[in-house]
Design a protein around this ligand. Structure first.
Ligand SMILES: Cc1cc2nc3c(=O)[nH]c(=O)nc-3n(C[C@H](O)[C@H](O)[C@H](O)COP(=O)(O)O)c2cc1C
Ligand code: SF4
Length: 451
């Protein structure tokens, strides 16, 4: 059984309430941190090696160091609870079952950053979690952990929950800030970065829910202790949301030393492939990261066991590797069609593009159309090359990384499964188009998908 820092108490009856959470040792990190100098708290976070859990894996302590400290200018902490990446549902679990761990982490982080007003920006669809968080905030306030003069230290802090309207792009930190300010969630051109000019032009740190929840154990046990867990630059534990053709879909807290094979097949985690089917492929870090075929998922191109951490999952770059991303582990068995799967993702990204940049706005639309044609047996072989060309022209040419996020899955699917794309083109008679534009196959390796 691996070490648990975030979910250890998740199954304690009543842990959602302040009373039980406190009895189980909750809010100790606030008592400890508020006696420390703010720079010391930041130093502990730096020592921990914690990397942002929202996708990019940027070192949290370093990010906190960047926040501009202009005398008289308020600063803000914003927690990114947008979690709209397909396949990712770990923040939901944390907020729903142990809301106080997020509030506790936020108080410590707000103190370290000098934020007297902090926000949780939550995706619109998580409506019931808004109530859970607001209840936790009210309880923390009632018990002196929020509001004015917290624990008599002179530190004031309020936390507000802001509900988004259900746009994936509002998870991108600058779009999130625009939305929080009450505007349309269009990403901003960077620089300036939020650490200099964020919410209402004030220095702002945007961090993921899991990142902020991890601050609790870093302060309780010390940054050095946290850094001892895991391996290399993948310190601490990581929440993975696993879904797809496995026996036990769910949210798992892993020590980042375990192998991908252990994660998929051991009973402690995914419990193996459902119905004894063969593993075909996996998207290891949420829909934006490159898909890996089974052989490259379990073993790197160097022949080493692939591990569940930042370095190992990206070993080989995008040619033979992928990314840890947001930890959304999507597993496909031998029955799944990679073309249809890629089309579904392309449709999502086309829908979610904010439309500000031409390569993303136009390119996502063209990728969706070409993929649908390939899927339905209405394409030429040269369309596969055209698709490749379009994704290359999107990548790196846009204001925000949504363009890359739309391009990478397409690139990886063609790179690793080109034969499957060609099969569709060469076997148009095997595809029957439905009214929904999704194809059914005469070939038994494909599952009919209409629901
Ligand atoms: C299109 C898009 C969607 C994103 N969605 C999320 C999200 O839902 N949650 C999140 O924490 N980060 C998301 N990010 C990453 C954020 O921009 C930002 O890097 C992150 O919140 C920083 O927190 P961290 O350093 O703790 O990871 C998204 C990025 C992009 C480009
Ligand atoms: S890359 Fe796409 S989502 Fe991002 S700013 Fe450009 S058009 Fe909008």
């Amino acid at each position: 059984m691996g070490v648990k820092l975030l979910l250890e108490k998740a199954h304690v009856v009543g842990i959602r309430t302040y009373e039980v959470y406190r009895r189980e040792g909750g809010y100790r990190s606030v008592e400890k941190a508020l006696k420390m100098a703010t720079t010391y708290v930041v130093e502990e976070v730096k020592k921990s090696g914690l990397r942002g859990r929202g996708g990019a894996g940027f070192p949290t302590g370093l990010k906190w160091n960047f926040i501009a400290k202009t005398e008289g200018v308020p600063r803000h902490l914003v927690v990114n609870a947008d979690e709209s990446e397909p396949g990712t549902f770990k923040d939901r679990y944390l907020m729903e079952f142990i809301p106080h761990i997020l509030i506790e982490g936020m108080i410590v982080s707000s103190y370290a950053l000098g934020s007297n007003v902090s926000y949780i920006y939550i995706r619109g669809e998580y409506a019931w979690i808004v109530d859970i968080l607001e209840q936790a905030i009210a309880e923390a306030k009632l018990n002196g952990f929020l509001g004015k003069n917290i624990l008599g230290t002179g530190f004031d802090c309020e936390i507000y929950v802001h509900r988004g309207a259900g746009a994936y792009i509002c998870g991108e930190e600058t779009a999130l800030i625009e939305s929080l300010e009450g505007k349309r969630g269009n990403p901003r051109i960077k620089p300036p970065f939020p650490a200099v000019k964020g919410v209402w032009g004030r220095p702002t740190v945007v961090n993921n829910v899991e990142t902020i929840a991890a601050i609790v154990s870093i302060i309780n046990n010390g940054g050095d202790e946290y850094a001892k867990i895991g391996i290399g630059k993948s310190t601490g534990t990581k929440l993975m949301s696993a879904c797809g053709n496995i026996n036990k879909p769910g949210v798992y807290e892993i020590d980042m030393t375990i192998s991908v094979e252990e994660f998929i097949y051991s009973d402690e985690y995914c419990g193996g492939m459902a119905n004894g089917k063969k593993l075909k492929a996996c998207i290891p870090g949420g829909s934006s990261v490159p898909i890996l075929p089974a052989n490259l998922l379990l073993t790197t191109a160097k022949g080493e066991k692939r591990l569940m951490n930042y370095e190992s999952l990206s070993d080989g770059g995008f040619t033979t590797g992928s990314m840890m991303g947001s930890g959304g582990f999507i597993i496909l068995n031998e029955d799944q069609c990679v073309v249809k799967h890629t089309y579904t993702l392309a449709r999502f990204y086309r829908h979610e593009s904010c439309g500000q940049c031409s390569p993303c706005r136009e390119g996502t639309g063209w990728m969706e159309k070409i993929l649908l044609n390939i899927e339905n047996g209405k394409a030429k072989l040269s369309d596969i090359d055209l698709l490749w060309d379009i994704q290359r022209k999107i990548e790196g040419n846009t204001i925000c990384p949504l363009g890359d996020a739309a391009a990478w899955p397409v690139a990886a699917a063609i790179r690793h499964f080109r034969d499957e794309f060609e099969w569709h083109v060469k076997n148009p008679e095997a595809c029957l188009t439905s009214n929904y534009g999704l194809a059914h196959y005469a070939d038994p390796i494909h599952i009919p998908v209409l629901t």
